[in-house]
Write a protein that binds this ligand. Structure first.
Ligand code: 0GY
Length: 292
């Protein structure tokens, strides 16, 4: 299948970052796509990406100076987590996974994924990426993953937060919100959307967030000056509940192809002390994904 029209493949030769991550640093949000010949894309997908397999991901990890990955199942692979599990087997202890499952998933399937290194499910609420799922289904999945000690990763856009709060309140486990809840950076730090997101984290000590995706949130483009204050605010307010990730291979980027080296160079601007970077890149992801 050809890539979706207008789909931008990932950067072919990202720069070596000026910022060198500490030994043991975790890229806590990235994906593997295909290769399609081995791991076909889901029939219900909303886009067909450029193949971006595990070997390319692990080469990028090494190039950027990271040690570990958390690989997140993307919507183009639907509920078939085979490419993810295959990458986890190859990486051994150097990767963990976040799966996408339906309400009919069996305990045995969950246990097999757990043995491969999956530690969470992703609930995706972004309408351009997935069909709507009834809330009962999310609650059914939650009941199934609870005994395994997994957590939940949620992806939504800022205008959807208010409506989702009653659902999120029903999950007692850790919840990780992708990409800072996708604030509209044009509204500024004091905008209602970002303030509501901060309040969500203030009110719920079980909610974490990924200070990722300046490339998606920016209006001005690289080097993402307009997004830095949002991420820095979250790192400073919630230093023990933030994660960082590249989002490689950056599906559905329309404005530009991000240079992953440049994304790494954003880290010291959002986590301005060594202590903050230690938590963001090592302590927090290790506690959440590698505790066992
Ligand atoms: C991301 C963002 C996107 C895509 C997906 O599951 C996905 O397909 O998450 C997006 O298009 O914003 O985190 O990779």
């Amino acid at each position: 299948m050809p890539m979706s029209e207008g789909y931008l493949p990932f950067h072919p030769n990202p720069k070596k970052p000026d910022y060198q991550p500490p030994a043991g640093a975790v890229d806590a949000h990235c994906h593997v796509f295909g290769p399609e010949a081995q791991f076909p894309y889901a029939p219900e997908r909303k886009y067909t990406p450029c193949d971006a397999g595990k070997d390319q991901l692990f080469a990028l990890r090494d190039h950027l100076g990271f040690s570990r990955n958390v690989i997140v199942q993307a919507s183009c692979h639907g509920k078939n987590n085979d490419a993810l599990v295959d990458a986890l087997h190859t990486a051994g202890d150097l990767a963990r996974g976040v799966a996408f499952v339906g309400k009919d998933v069996t305990i045995d399937e969950l246990k097999t994924m757990d043995a491969a290194g999956v530690r969470a499910v992703r609930f995706n609420f972004v309408k351009r990426l997935v069909d709507t799922t009834p809330w009962e289904d999310f609650l059914t999945i939650y009941e199934k993953i609870k005994p395994l000690g997994w957590h939940i990763v949620v992806y939504f856009e800022a205008p959807d937060l208010e409506g989702l709060k009653p659902l999120l309140a029903q999950f007692d486990c850790t919840i990780v919100v992708d990409h800072m809840g996708r604030p509209d950076v044009g509204e500024g730090l004091d905008g209602a959307g970002f303030q509501s997101f901060i309040k969500l984290l203030e009110d719920n000590p079980n909610i974490w967030t990924k200070v990722s995706c300046p490339e998606r949130l920016t209006i001005d483009g690289p080097p993402y000056d307009d997004v830095v204050p949002f991420a820095r605010t979250l790192v400073e307010r919630f230093p023990d509940r933030v994660l960082w990730g590249t989002d490689w291979p950056h599906p559905n980027m329309k404005s530009h192809v991000p240079d992953d080296g440049l994304l790494v160079d954003v880290i010291p601007r959002i986590a301005t002390t060594e202590d903050a970077r230690q938590k963001l890149l090592i302590d927090n992801p290790m506690r959440l994904y590698w505790a066992r």
